[in-house]
Each structure stands twice: as C-alpha cells, then as structure tokens.
Design a protein around this ligand. Structure first.
Ligand code: GUN
Ligand code: ZN
Length: 447
C-alpha cells in the first residue's frame, strides 16, 4: 500500500537549471547522481533530496530506478508551427519567399479538417519524440484545425498553449479572415479549450505585416475577455519584412509598437525571432515582461540574421528557445541549444558565450518562465509538476560512449546537447503521466 497521495519515488541521475545563469552568479545547473523525487498521484513533486532520504520518508512508495539514463526536465518549445510539420527542410529561401512558396500553400491544406487532424497527430508525435513536454504552438488559420490540435494535445496529455492564427491582408485569400470573425472564432475556441487540463489559449496574429490595426484591436478584445490567455506573434525577423511593416505602420514608433499600441504585450507574451531589434524596442519588451523566442536553426536556415542574445540579456529581455518548425530544421530543442551555442561562439565579442548549463536553462526553465508557467514546470523543485525526460541512448552510439566516458556532469550535459536526438529520448512524463516509454508514445486519454 502506498501512502495516500504519494504515488512513486523516482531515483535518477538528474540535471536541472532553475536559476537564470544570465543574471545570477553561481552554478548554472544542478546535478545529483543519486537524486530522489517523490511524486504524488496527481503528478506533483512533493520532495526532492538524496534518494536514501526521500525513500526513507516514503517507505511504502514504489521506487522507479532511472539511473540507466539521465533525467532532465521536459523540454520547452516556445515557438513551433502546427501546420508546418510537412514543410521542414526547405532550404535556400529568405522568409517572405519561403512563406509564399512553402509554408502558406501547405497551411491552406488545413482547411480540410481531416487533413488537419492527421497533421495534428504528426505534430504531437514529433513533440513527444523530441522530449518537448510544454509548447507554445502557432496554430492554424482554420478554427476546426485548431480544435483538432487541442484534441490531440489533450489525448497525449501535453502541456500546450495555442490558438487561431489571424490575418486580414497580404496573405492568400483562403487564409484571410475579418476582425469580427477572428474575434468570434477565437472566443469560441478559448471557451472550449482554455484552462482545460494542460491546455491554454494564445491570441495569435500571424505578424503585423498581415494584420491591420482593426484585427490587432480585435485581438486585444479577445485578450481582455479570456482571463489568463497568452499572446504570440512574430517580430523583426527579416530585413525586408521589417521595412514593409515600417511602410504599413507609419504612425507607430517601431515594429514592436505595432503590437504594444494595442496593449498586446505583457508577461505571457512571446514574440518570435527579434533578430533585428532597435534599443528602443528591447526597452519596451523588457518593460512589458514580454519574452522573445530565439529560434537558432530557423534564423540560420532562412538567413534571417545573427540573433544578439547579448543585447537581449543586457536590456533585461527574457529569452527562451523555439524550434520554429517548419522554417526550423526539426523539433529537437537540444539541436536549437547547440545551434545557439555555435552562433554565440562565432559572434565573438558580440556573442554571449554559452556553457551546457546555459543551454539547459534556455531549454527548460527559461521557456516555462516565458510562457508564464514558471511555478508549474521547468525544473525539479518541490511543488512543480513532474514533467521529465529520460535520455537513455542505445548502446554503442556516440552518445552512449560519450556519457560513459564523460569526466564531469558538465561534460555529460555538453554531450547531450551535442549528440542527443529523438532516438535517445527514451521516456517522457507530463504531470506525472508517462506519455512515452522506451521510445514508444502512448495516449493518456484513450481515443
Ligand atoms: N512570419 C510570419 N509567418 C511566419 C512563419 O510561418 N514562419 C516564420 N519563421 N516567420 C513568420
Ligand atoms: Zn514562426
């Protein structure tokens, strides 16, 4: 018999990185080679400490021994596009050409709800396989497709924030809506899904380039009526895009102001990219508590530019990682971390040197904070949900060999970011529910 409420004690070699290594001194990550985590039946971490001590205070709880692998907090993707799963990997185009030739034609296909449901299955499977337990997902322009996404995320128990993507100009006609319709559909979607289990709603104009002031005002109305909703969009990604937005909005101070003017920026707002910000824009983002989704593989694949992590940190702007699938080259947040490390290293004095602990923080706790979920997930402190992944590489692979010969926890964590892929993410838990086991994904709610 287990004590009421105490489901299980996990025993693991575990890393996490709760403290912001950019603003605090001290170790960038925590590591314990025999950690105990007591997790209640409802998925909350109730005690953390040396395994022997945690086991002693929970004598009736079963132990799950995960020491064959490394336990990490579930990864957080703060920017990933639902309808773009099938266009990952198109190279050689800048943003606006890529949108026109690759992304938008595929997004039109989600007008078919059957097609959308299939793609939703692919997206959710892709996130779980990569070890992403929490995500802010750019939805679809079609409300029934967004229903399909939320339903699939719920079936697999993912912690997901998403919403209807809205635009009323520039894009192909099937992707356009009106301020009134976008408002009504968003409110209906939020009523059905926001706050249901691990799901939340995000108000999502695609980008100012495809949004009039009227539809941005409608977005503000939705934010006002949906308590706790988030906001997400794109900003300052590409020079041609930035110039177009400046022409379209002559009365705004800058690109960030196109959103800020309508009161859209706050503590649960995430703007993707921000590769070309002015100092004034960084100041506004910092003042609003708005986070930036840094999407390193997308920025490189589209040739968008060099992201200045240094300027964001110096201005006090929160930053987390996004895969930006499908401009980004896959779901792996480990890969985004590695690409961030490469670029910041290559930038020399303009870059911010990143060590393995920085990468873990950016991949987990920083993402949770960006999404306003810092009290819920992102690390293994008591009171947080047990959102976790076990990295357990197949025997004989480079990662397996590397981990067996790592000289320190820091080295081991560096090898995870350098080498880990989907095949190494063996087990995945969200809120204590195991959604992948031995690499196999399974629904939490049977269909
Ligand atoms: N800006 C507007 N839409 C998109 C998109 O789908 N991907 C990226 N990377 N930038 C965008
Ligand atoms: Zn994007």
């Amino acid at each position: 018999m287990t004590r009421p409420g105490v489901g299980v004690v996990y025993r693991a070699r575990a890393f996490d990185a709760p403290d912001d290594p950019f603003t605090t001194s001290g170790p960038a990550f925590r590591y314990d080679d025999d950690l105990g985590l007591a997790v209640s039946d409802d998925g909350v971490i109730t005690e953390r400490g040396p395994f022997a001590a945690v086991a002693a205070s929970h004598p009736d709880a079963p132990t799950i021994d995960l020491r064959a692998g490394l336990l990490l907090p579930g990864l957080v993707d703060t920017h990933v596009h639902f309808p773009q799963v099938r266009v990952i990997g198109a190279l050689g185009m800048p943003l606006l050409e890529w949108l026109e030739r690759c992304a938008l034609p595929e997004e039109e296909r989600l007008a078919s709800t059957t097609y959308a449901a299939t793609v939703a299955g692919e997206l959710v499977a892709g996130l779980i396989a990569a070890g992403t337990t929490t995500s802010l997902v750019f939805g679809s322009h079609f409300a029934p497709a967004v229903d399909a996404l939320f339903a699939e995320a719920e079936r697999f128990g993912l912690r997901m924030t998403s919403g209807l993507v809205v635009s009323d100009r520039v894009l192909p006609e099937p992707l356009l809506t009106t301020p009134e319709r976008s408002h009504d559909e968003a409110v209906r979607l939020a009523k059905d899904w926001h706050g249901r289990g691990r799901l939340r709603y995000a108000v999502t104009p695609r980008f100012a380039l495809s949004a009039s002031d009227d539809i941005l005002a409608a977005c503000a109305d939705v934010l006002a009526v949906v308590d706790g909703a988030c906001f997400t969009s794109h900003v300052n990604e590409n020079n041609a895009e930035v110039a177009t937005v400046a022409d379209q909005f002559p009365h705004r101070d800058h690109y960030v102001d196109t959103y800020d003017h309508h009161g859209l920026l706050g503590g649960c707002s995430v703007l993707a990219h921000n590769v070309h910000p002015t100092d004034a824009e960084l100041d506004v983002l910092a003042a609003r508590g708005t986070a930036v989704a840094y999407c390193p593989t997308s920025n490189a694949a589209l040739g968008s530019g060099m992201f200045s992590l240094r300027r964001h940190v110096a201005a006090g702007v929160r930053v987390a990682l996004g895969s930006d699938v499908g401009a980004g080259t896959g779901f792996s947040i480990f890969k985004e971390g590695l690409q961030a490390y490469f670029l910041q290293h290559l930038l020399g004095a303009d870059g911010l040197p990143l060590a393995a602990g920085h990468l873990l923080h950016l991949s987990t706790a920083a993402g949770a904070a960006a999404l306003g979920l810092g009290d819920v997930t992102g690390d293994f402190s008591p009171g947080k949900q047990f959102d976790a992944i076990c990295v357990r590489p197949p025997v004989g692979t480079s990662l397996d060999i590397g981990l067996r010969h790592a000289g320190s926890p820091e080295e081991a964590l560096g090898k995870v970011f350098a080498l880990a892929g989907d095949a190494d993410v063996a087990d995945v838990w969200v809120g204590g529910d195991q959604v992948a086991s031995g690499g196999f994904v399974r629904p939490v709610i049977p269909p």
